[in-house]
Ligand binder design. Structure first.
Ligand code: FES
Ligand code: FES
Length: 158
């Protein structure tokens, strides 16, 4: 049983809403989102930083939520798949149009990485697709749907 001494109060702004809970000190950001905020769109896969199913944006940067303690994110800003709206929402249509999802487990994580790609200026010397592929290295699709996922992240040709 967890005693009070093992709890810490953590406040994180999740999808523009402040969420504060007293959580066991070993609670990961993934656990904070799924178990306390009840935001289960962020998936739990390997829980060792390998698969990227748990990818969210922390202060705008893609991170594996299973590898961070919630306490490390105190006072910071997190975006999850549930908060995708406005201009970012078009990426969800592009995933559907590209038929990018098979089982779909990896897709929320890929979309969050994809939003980072779309918001970023590519590193100098890297083409847009090369930059996207580099960012997406943090995500694994067990169904092997990579070419369609990359196509979805890049969006329709202009
Ligand atoms: S569940 Fe976090 S990287 Fe796999
Ligand atoms: S669509 Fe099944 S793991 Fe990616």
């Amino acid at each position: 049983m967890t005693g009070r001494a093992d709890l810490s109060s953590v406040l994180i702004t999740v999808n523009e809403r402040e969420r504060e809970f007293a959580v066991p000190t070993d609670t990961t950001l993934l656990g904070f989102l799924r178990d306390y905020c009840e935001l289960r769109g962020t998936k739990s896969g390997c829980e060792i930083g390998y698969c990227g199913a748990c990818t969210v944006l922390l202060d705008g940067q893609p991170v594996h939520a299973c590898c961070l303690l919630a306490a490390q994110c105190h006072g910071r800003t997190v975006e999850t798949i549930e908060g995708v709206a406005g201009g970012d929402a078009s990426i969800q249509r592009d995933f559907a149009d590209a038929d990018a999802a098979q089982c779909g487990v990896c897709i929320p994580g890929f979309i969050m990485s994809g939003i980072f790609v779309r918001r970023s200026a590519p590193d100098p010397g890297l083409g847009r697709e090369e930059f996207a592929r580099e960012v997406l290295l943090g995500n694994i699709c067990r169904c092997g749907n990579y070419s369609r996922i990359v196509q979805a992240v890049l969006g329709p040709e202009e």
